[in-house]
Design a protein around this ligand. Sequence first.
Ligand code: V47
Ligand code: SF4
Length: 359
Amino acid sequence: MNTFDTIAENVRANRRISPEDALFLFGSNDLLAIGELAALANQRKNDGNVFFNVNRHINPTNICVNRCAFCAFSKTAGEDGAYTLALEEICRRAREAEDDGATEMHMVGGLHPDLAFEYYEEVLAAVRRAAPKLHIKAFTAVEIDYFARISGLTVEQVLERLKGAGLGSMPGGGAEILVEEVRQKICPEKISGARWLEIIRLAHGTGLKTNATMLYGHVETFGDRVAHMALLRDLQDETGGFQAFIPLAFQPENSDLQLDIKATSGLDDLKTLAIARIFLDNFHHIKAYWVMLGEKIAQVSLAFGVNDLDGTVVEEKIGHDAGAQSPQSLTKDGIIRLIRKAGKVPVERDTLYRAIRSY
Ligand code: V47
Ligand code: SF4
């Protein structure tokens, strides 16, 4: 039997594939054969249901001391375009989101040099008062590490205080590629991959659910992507605290990494999502983030193992500052239509993947 047939046999028998197998799949251009296996793995877990949510992104500040080379969103304090939203403005947007039927506020931002940890507690408490029905999914492991450093608290204390103020779960950002050589090239100031995993482990330990992302399509190799996913799979075996895996296609405009890096190809996007579905057998949800992929690839990915299209978003800065061509917002009807036209059942979910309504 050739290597692909052996992998296929394992996937069909619901057996875990190895990192070497995943690397083999990345080296193959037989997208349809890989997609078929991913669709099977997804069908087993999620049937024909595809999740989405009604949410709103808010980035309280783009001022960041890290200035990662790939990030076109961040600014240095005082630079043109640097901003920090007033607390009232954050609350106004939260209220507006709740009035529009959102169930989630997704809030991440830069590492601000002057704001104290208490400010972030205040933001959570104020949002909770302004829009008590919204689940607040906020702060990456990178921000949590920063809060611990600026406050002198332990990571556990930071997490407990934020939970007390209204934090409901954490998004999956800041993971980039967890391999150290890659981080040295694309985000040397950022916490190490090992520290990212440690903070997520602690978050899961306090009962917080998180997601995990992977920024791909820049300087990393296929081997780095597999190593990244293997670290996530191991941690998930240990904690079970990850909800969704979200590959983020690198948007190359306006960043210091621009050089001659081109946007990812549709083939690479679909293959990456499909291999993630096959390899990450302990992740229930593989999310196609339409903001970075575009609506069409996100829709097609529903036949390649994906079962989640994220949400309505409304105002997106991180990808669009880096040249993303997608709209900033999709309507709920628009997402439902994308899913239906792909022959799947749209299911609106809350942040913790409880079904709200099928369409
Ligand atoms: O950590 C930054 C990435 C992330 C670029 O958990 C870029 O549900 C592409 O994590 N091109 C933040 N990506 C976004 C994020 C996220 C998004 C949607 C849903 C969830 C979730 C999480 O954006 C950063 C970084 O990896 N990013 N710059 C860029 N030029
Ligand atoms: Fe700051 Fe995050 Fe941008 Fe890095 S990716 S510069 S940590 S906002």
